[in-house]
Design a protein around this ligand. Structure first.
Ligand code: PGA
Length: 246
C-alpha cells in the first residue's frame, strides 16, 4: 500500500506549472517512449497550456511519449467536436505534433464495443505497461468513466453514464442532450497497471470527494478509493481542493 504524495498549489497558473514539471520529469525518466494516459475535462487545461508553451519555447522532448486515451463517448461520428480524441488533439496532441501512430484511442463509432475495448486492452498488454496515468476526479468519485459500482478489477469496457456525470459534462457542450448516454473507459483494474499515477484536483466542489477518496474504505461506490492501494501516486491540487483534509 502506497502513501500518496500530496502537493498543494496556490492557483491555476501554479497548478499548470507544477503538473508540467511532474510530467516532464516523468517522461524523461523512461528511456523508450513512455505510454501516458491523459484525461479530458476542465482540470487539466492549465497543464496542457503550460506544456504546449514550453514545447513551443524549445523543450522539444515534451512530445516523446505515446498517448493512451482514458475514455471516450460512445456513438459519436468521426470529426465530432465532442469526441475526447478531438478535444485532446486540440489542447495538447496536435500542438505537440504527436503522430497518429502514437495515439491509442477508442473508435467512438464502433458497432462492436466489446471488440473495441479488447483491442485497447491488447494494445496495453503488447506495450507491457502504462508508464504514467494522469487522471482527474469526478465529483462522484469516478476515474475516467468508471462510475460508482465499478469493480476495482474492472477492465476496459462500455459503461452507462450516470445523470450526475452527464450533467457535469453538459458544462462542456452546452446542454444535457449534447452529452452521450454511454461511453468506453479504461477499467480500474487497467489503471492499476500504471507504474505512476498523478491525480489532478482543482476547486472547492472536489474537496469532499478528495477527502473521501483518501479516507473512506476502498469500495466500488467510490471508484477513486483504489488509489489508496496504488504505489507511486501523486496528488496535485489547489488549496480549495485540499480544504477538507485534516
Ligand atoms: P473536470 O472533470 O476536470 O471537468 O472537473 C473531471 C472528471 O469528471 O473526471
Amino acid at each position: 500500500m502506497g502513501t500518496p504524495t500530496l502537493i498543494e498549489v496556490e492557483d491555476a497558473e501554479q497548478f499548470g506549472a507544477v503538473v508540467a514539471d511532474y510530467f516532464s520529469e516523468s517522461i524523461q525518466q523512461v528511456s523508450n517512449k513512455p505510454t501516458v494516459v491523459l484525461p479530458t475535462g476542465f482540470t487539466p487545461l492549465p497543464f496542457y497550456k503550460e506544456v504546449v508553451e514550453r514545447y513551443q519555447n524549445g523543450e522539444s522532448y515534451l512530445n516523446k511519449f505515446k498517448y493512451l486515451a482514458l475514455d471516450e463517448y460512445l456513438g459519436l461520428p468521426e470529426g465530432d467536436h465532442r469526441l475526447f480524441a478531438s478535444w485532446l488533439s486540440r489542447e495538447i496532441l496536435s500542438p505537440l505534433s504527436i503522430l497518429n501512430e502514437d495515439r491509442i484511442i477508442f473508435d467512438s463509432a464502433t458497432s462492436d464495443t466489446e471488440g473495441e475495448c479488447a483491442r485497447i486492452e491488447k494494445a496495453i498488454e503488447e506495450k507491457g505497461r502504462i508508464d504514467l496515468a494522469i487522471i482527474g476526479l469526478g465529483s462522484n468519485g469516478h476515474i475516467g468513466f468508471n462510475e460508482p459500482g465499478s469493480h476495482q478489477d474492472s477492465k476496459t469496457r462500455k459503461i452507462k453514464l450516470t445523470l450526475e456525470t452527464r450533467e457535469a459534462n453538459s458544462e462542456y457542450w452546452g446542454s444535457l442532450e449534447d452529452v452521450p448516454t454511454h461511453a468506453m473507459t479504461l477499467g480500474i483494474g487497467t489503471l492499476k497497471k500504471a507504474k505512476k499515477t498523478l491525480l489532478m484536483v482543482l476547486g472547492k466542489h472536489k474537496a469532499r470527494i478528495l477527502k473521501d477518496t483518501l479516507s473512506k474504505p476502498v469500495c466500488v461506490d467510490i471508484p477513486s478509493t483504489y488509489l489508496q492501494n496504488q504505489e507511486h501516486v501523486t496528488i496535485i491540487g489547489d488549496r480549495d481542493a485540499f480544504s477538507e483534509m485534516e
